[in-house]
Design a binder for this molecule. Structure first.
Ligand code: NOJ
Length: 606
């Protein structure tokens, strides 16, 4: 590999070397499958090293072909994508996956994701996301494995094994990318992108281990984080990227910035574009995700002797090494196999494993008087709630190439399982959320929350009527998927008000109510906990949600998931996590009770 790359680099111009460090965005969703002229031309000139957001064999082949046929040195492109919890077959969100505590299943989910993604032309995934998080207000808590560094580390390694196995040159293995290095989950106040200030002890003991575990498992790439760490942005942080990652942990793979994170260092106040690119390169960032700062400024910085050619060579070399290990120099179309695309993606087998993993991820938070499992016949079931017949939100954030139309809703799942053995009455009961400002924000990128044109009162009335003729009510409530994803931070982590109103009306019917929750973060649910007879936490469980929920509700599968993130009773308790250091005055529930009263109570019971 070294000899091959040295020879290749000896033929490269400075512009071509910088081109390797440049990742371009060609989005099917945004620009359509046709390449923009600009990108075409840059590929021809060797000014692009990787593409983000293009998949399918057809599209990848066309772009790779352009690169091989028309660029001077024919250096194949990397094709990257956010394959986070599955590619086409979508598994539960990572927080749900972690609740399985089953490393083999988690590894298998990554294996299947790798098989599907590579069959779809991709060779690089931006996963695993291993940020420890203790603040459920932070929307991206959904993407990680909760609050425990040990479990998080085991899962990080399992995911890397699943993606890469131990041979990146296979057609069904894919370059993994551990992210977001580092401490992104500790954003102050749970507000996304926010600064992090942390002691070294805390870092090494709690937050850094999962990244290191991924490195030890051989992860091929690392993505920087958006946040600052003790005053210095992670993306320009030489101590973090060089001293810790490269020198202490011996990481030899490629480091990519997060999306526009280099340019954003200017907004952090580091300097202009030229300056932030110098900082990022000097810290050790090899590839610039989409902002083209390296391409535009590094030559000038070299001329002005602010960086050295060796630094550029080093970055370029690491990118070429990744391509070499993936087998792209042997065959740039290694991942473009139409037959694999037809046979490996969204198969029956993958769906059935997704169902098993979904069942496994559910956590039974309450089951008073063993109301669950429900009877499989002679039952009148009131199936109510804005998520009871939903196919979109079950996918969860970052659901890559998942197609909501192929997802199974809870309503459909119950029908699939029991057909006419029980009677099901359905009502939506309420909107997911009604606050106009929040709705506007949530719908900014995708219009996936639509309001019912009936009034809240009419919807509730219909739900109550249905409840009254049912033996038991299943209320499927929770969050919109966009409420717990990037930028999806909340100050109030309870159920939205309109859903609470619905639940209040249902509780007032005195019928037993079972809550099925769909959400991407711990929620505050003390009132719901008091009134519901059972609560099943199902996260956003992916493609097979409805089939899995039905199996668990009706006792075909015994739920065994365990929480990996603490559910506070009130938002004011945050941060609340199990491995909190004890204070000198640990909480004592009896402490503030009047001694006299305590004695009286004792006497009374004696
Ligand atoms: C920004 C996100 O922080 C990161 O997780 C993701 O991989 C990149 N965008 C690419 O989409």
């Amino acid at each position: 590999m070294e000899a091959f790359i040295e020879t290749l680099m000896s033929k490269m111009t400075l512009a071509e070397k910088l081109g390797q460090t440049n990742m371009a965005f060609i989005g099917r969703d945004i620009t359509g499958p046709i390449l923009s002229q600009n990108v075409d031309e840059k590929i021809r000139q060797g000014l692009i090293g990787a593409i983000i957001n293009t998949y399918t064999v057809e599209d990848v082949r066309r772009i790779q072909q352009l690169c091989i046929d028309e660029s001077r040195l024919k250096i194949p492109l990397l094709f990257s994508y956010d394959v986070i919890h599955g590619h086409r077959t979508i598994f539960p969100i990572a927080l749900g996956l972690s609740a399985t505590w089953d490393l083999k299943l988690i590894e298998q989910s990554a294996r299947i994701a790798a098989e599907e993604a590579t069959a779809d032309g991709l060779n690089w995934v931006f996963s695993p996301m291993v940020d420890i998080a203790r603040d459920p207000r932070w929307g991206r808590i959904s993407e990680g494995s909760g609050e425990d560094p040990w479990l998080g580390s085991q899962i990080a390694a399992a995911m890397v094994r699943g993606y890469q196995v131990d041979d990146l040159s296979r057609t069904d293995t894919i370059l993994a990318c551990v992210k977001h290095f580092a401490l992104y989950g500790a954003a102050e106040g749970g507000r996304d992108y926010n600064s992090v200030d942390m002691s070294p002890l805390h870092m090494y003991q709690y937050y850094l281990p999962p990244y290191q575990a991924a490195v030890n498992a051989g992860v091929g790439s690392v993505m920087t984080a958006f946040n600052g760490i003790n005053g210095i942005p992670a993306t320009g942080n030489r101590w973090l990227l060089n001293d810790v990652l490269r020198e202490q942990w011996k990481f030899e793979g490629l480091i990519v910035s997060d999306y526009a994170a280099i340019k954003e260092m200017s907004v952090h106040g580091v300097g202009d574009l030229q300056e932030v690119c110098i900082q990022a390169l000097t810290a050790g960032v090899d590839m610039d995700m989409v902002d083209e700062g390296y391409l535009e400024t590094l030559k000038k910085s070299l001329d002005e002797k602010k960086i050295t050619e060796q630094q550029i060579d080093q970055a370029c070399r690491r990118i070429l090494e990744a391509k070499y290990k993936l087998g792209l120099f042997n065959d740039p179309f290694h991942y473009c196999n139409e037959k694999r695309a037809q046979t490996m993606i969204f198969t029956e087998k993958n769906r059935s494993i997704a169902k098993e993993i979904a069942c496994r991820s559910f956590v039974l938070l309450k089951n008073d008087r063993q109301i669950l499992p429900l009877a499989k016949s002679k039952l009148k079931l009131g199936l109510i709630g804005p998520l009871a017949d939903d196919q979109k939100h079950v996918l969860g954030g970052w659901s890559a190439a998942g197609d909501w139309k192929q997802c199974v809703s809870v309503r459909q799942g119950i029908q699939n399982l029991l057909q006419d053995q029980i009677e099901v009455f359905y009502a939506k009961g309420s909107n997911l959320i009604e606050d106009p400002l929040i709705l506007q924000q949530l719908n900014a990128f995708s219009n996936d929350i639509s309001l019912d044109n009936r009034s809240a009162d009419i919807m509730i009335e219909e739900a109550v009527q249905i409840a009254q003729k049912s033996d038991v009510i299943i209320a499927v409530v929770g969050e919109a998927q966009s409420m717990s994803t990037e930028g999806g931070c909340r100050v109030d982590i309870g159920l939205p008000e309109c859903q609470k109103r619905l639940l209040k009306a249902l509780f007032e019917t005195q019928k037993p109510v079972i809550l099925v929750l769909m959400n991407g973060r711990p929620l505050t649910l003390p009132w719901e906990h008091e009134h519901a007879q059972a609560i099943l936490e199902t996260w956003f469980a992916g493609t097979e949600t409805g089939n899995a929920v039905a199996e668990v509700l009706f006792g075909f599968y015994n739920p065994s998931g365990k929480l990996t993130s603490t559910f506070p009773r009130h938002v004011g308790q945050i941060p609340l996590y199990y491995n909190h250091k004890r204070t000198g005055r640990p909480f004592d529930p009896n402490r503030f009770i009047d001694r006299f009263k305590v004695n009286r109570i004792r006497t009374h019971f004696n």
